[in-house]
Design a protein around this ligand. Structure first.
Ligand code: HSE
Length: 318
C-alpha cells in the first residue's frame, strides 16, 4: 500500500516489494502473482540536492548499475520526480532479496519498491495506478520491453490481471485459500531479453484457441474456487514449449510436480525458476520432487512455498 493521503510525509522510508511469478502459464505479459517469501527492499531518503541517486546496492545481488538511468529503481523514481517536478532530491538504497535473472520479477520489485518508498516522502502521496506507470519506466530498462505482469502483482499483491499498457486496468483475482505456489529456482541465470528474443512472432490458430480457453478457464476457476477447472486449464501451450529448452531438466521437474499432485506447473516469468500451483497438503512433497529433478540434471536450487495472499508492496519501516 502506498502511504495514505493525509499522512505526514517522511524524510526516509523503506518499502518491501514482493517477488512475482509472471505469466502464470496462461497469461503471457498480462497475468502475474506476488510471492511473499522473498522480495526487494528500497529505502528512499529526502535530500537537499536535486535529482535521484542510487547510493548503495546490497543483498543477494550487488553488481547492478549505480547510474540512475540504467537502474530499474532509479529510472522509476526519476520518472516520478520529473513528472511531479519535486522540489527535493531522493537518495535510494536498494537491498536485493531476489536473485538476478531468476524469473522472479527482481527488476520489477526494485522499481516498485523505489516508487512506493519515494511516495511516502511526498506531501500528497499518489495512488497505485500512478505508481504503476512510473514503475513501468524502470522495468523497461531491464527487459527492453514494457510489460506489467511483474510490476502489477508486486505493487498490488495477489494474482493480478492487467489489461492495457497506455491506460492499464488492474484487477486483483481471488485465489482459493488452500492454494499454494511452489517455486524452485535452479542456480543459473536467464536473461529476459534473450528469453523474449527466441519467441516466434506468430501463434498457430489452434494454439490461440487452446490458450484462450486456458486463460478463461483458469480465471473462472479462480473466481469460482473450482480446483478441477484450474487443474484442467493451468497449462501454457504457446510460450513454454519454446522456452523449455533454456532450462535443463525442465520436463523432469514439471513431471515431478504433476506426479506429486500439482494443479499445474510452468516457467515463472522468463525463467529459469519453475513454479507449481498445488493444494497446501501436497506442497512440501512437490517441492522436494522438483528440487530432486533439478539435482538429477546437475543443478542445485532454492525453493519456497508461498501463499497467494493479496499483500502488495508496503512501507516496512520509517
Ligand atoms: N512476461 C514476461 C516474459 C515476464 O515472460 O517475458 C518476464 O519479465
Amino acid at each position: 500500500m502506498p502511504a495514505a493521503a493525509g499522512v505526514k510525509p517522511l524524510d526516509q522510508a523503506t518499502a518491501f516489494a514482493p517477488a512475482s511469478v509472471a505469466n502464470v502459464a496462461v497469461g503471457f505479459d498480462v497475468l502475474g502473482h506476488s510471492v511473499q517469501a522473498i522480495g526487494d527492499r528500497v529505502t528512499a531518503t529526502r535530500s537537499a540536492t536535486p535529482g535521484v541517486r542510487i547510493v548503495a546496492i546490497k543483498g543477494v545481488v550487488q553488481d547492478l548499475p549505480l547510474e540512475t538511468e540504467r537502474n530499474t529503481a532509479g529510472m522509476a523514481v526519476l520518472a516520478m520526480a520529473k513528472a511531479l517536478n519535486l522540489p527535493f532530491g531522493i537518495d535510494l538504497v536498494i537491498e536485493k532479496g531476489i536473485p538476478l535473472a531468476s524469473g522472479l520479477g527482481g527488476s520489477a520489485a526494485s522499481a516498485v519498491g523505489g516508487v512506493v518508498a519515494a511516495n511516502a516522502l511526498l506531501d500528497k502521496p499518489l495512488g497505485n495506478l500512478e505508481l504503476l506507470k512510473f514503475a513501468m519506466h524502470g522495468e523497461a530498462v531491464a527487459s527492453g520491453a514494457v510489460h506489467v505482469d511483474n510490476i502489477a502483482p508486486s505493487l498490488y499483491g495477489g494474482l493480478v490481471l492487467t489489461v492495457g499498457i497506455d491506460n492499464p486496468v488492474v484487477t486483483q483475482i481471488p485465489v482459493p485459500p488452500t492454494v499454494r505456489c511452489v517455486l524452485v529456482h535452479p542456480h543459473m541465470m536467464l536473461s529476459t531479453r534473450e528469453a523474449r528474443q527466441i519467441l516466434s512472432k506468430t501463434v498457430e490458430l489452434s494454439n490461440l484457441i487452446w490458450q484462450s480457453a486456458n486463460l478463461a478457464g483458469f480465471l473462472t476457476g479462480c473466481f469460482t474456487g473450482n480446483l478441477d477447472l484450474i487443474r484442467a486449464s493451468l497449462e501454457d501451450v504457446v510460450i513454454e514449449p519454446q522456452r523449455q529448452v533454456l532450462i535443463p531438466g525442465f520436463k523432469a521437474v514439471k513431471q515431478a510436480a504433476l506426479t506429486g499432485g500439482a494443479l499445474g506447473c510452468s516457467i515463472s516469468g522468463a525463467g529459469p525458476t519453475v513454479f507449481a500451483w498445488c493444494e497446501e497438503q501436497h506442497a512440501a512433497a512437490i517441492r522436494d520432487g522438483m528440487v530432486a529433478a533439478f539435482a538429477a540434471h546437475g543443478l542445485d536450487s532454492d525453493a519456497w512455498i508461498s501463499p497467494l495472499d493479496p499483500r502488495g508492496a508496503r512501507i516496512v519501516t520509517a
